[in-house]
Ligand binder design. Structure first.
Ligand code: PGA
Length: 254
């Protein structure tokens, strides 16, 4: 399976910056001997249409960073899954730790959002990951196991992203061994929850992925790609990570 390199712009990107990022990505993705991974960019809501139009007809997909559980209604400030689809998105990130922390999103709410996204035809990236304190007290697999059990509906046709909270935006990455252990655990949990279908779910790693560490992280068994925050705002860095995915796949790690 091809690895997926997904860019999460978070709350970054005015119109000029969105176009400045999308342009080089589109040019690189058009190169027939170029990238052999799947590419996805998730700009803020305000730039979705611009980025979707800039990438229309290219192999690069566009996604949102969150959606409401309802398709429409009196929810001031919220955006629904059909609205994302209407703006050109085919993917959505759900349950990111920044949403879980800053907006008190529970596993149950994330699960409802996954269902809403599926209904609207959006593929989901569902994020899980432990905090530094949870890891320090040896609870990392327990926490991730609970998040998986609570956040994923049956059936589940999306992607899971393992993002240790302490590695997000900190420059600290999990070690290869940490990633290998957690991704193997997540795979086992997915198979336990979903049977054979659980074997086909891509599991991304996220947390301070950059051009220097991407090849190593993407070569770890059961790593099906990367969810990239900060480095996705620099097209040259994002593309360097995407090229590392190809190398990792060719090495048999994908
Ligand atoms: P980061 O963010 O790459 O800036 O650490 C990753 C994420 O939060 O998805």
């Amino acid at each position: 399976m091809r690895q997926l390199i997904a860019g999460n712009w978070k709350m970054n990107g005015l119109t000029t910056q969105a176009s400045a990022i999308a342009g080089p990505l589109r040019a690189a993705a058009g190169d027939p001997i170029g990238l052999t991974c799947d590419l996805l960019v998730c700009p803020p809501f305000t730039q979705l249409l611009t980025v979707a139009q800039a990438l229309a007809g290219s192999p690069i997909a566009v996604g949102g960073q969150d959606c409401h559980t309802a398709p429409h209604g009196a929810h001031t400030g919220d955006i629904s899954a059909p609205m994302l689809r209407d703006a050109g998105a085919t993917w959505v990130i759900l349950g990111h730790s920044e949403r879980r922390q800053n907006h008190a999103e529970t596993d149950e709410l994330v699960r409802e959002k996954v269902v809403a996204a599926t209904d609207a035809g959006l593929t989901q990236i569902v994020c899980v990951g432990e905090t530094a304190d949870q890891r320090a007290s040896g609870q990392e697999t327990e926490v991730v196991g609970w998040q998986l059990a609570g956040s994923l509906p049956k059936p589940f046709t999306g992607v899971v992203a393992y993002e240790p909270v302490w590695a997000i935006g900190t420059g600290k990455t999990a070690t290869e061994q940490d990633v290998a252990i957690m991704h193997a655990f997540i795979r086992d949990e997915l198979v336990r929850q979903f049977g054979e279908a659980g074997r086909g779910v891509r599991i991304l790693y996220g947390g301070s992925v950059n051009p220097a560490n991407a090849a190593t992280l993407l070569a770890v068994p059961e790593v099906g790609g990367a969810l990239v925050g900060g480095a996705s705002l620099k097209p040259e860095d994002f593309l360097a990570i995407a090229r590392a995915a190809r190398i990792a796949s060719e090495a048999g790690g994908g």
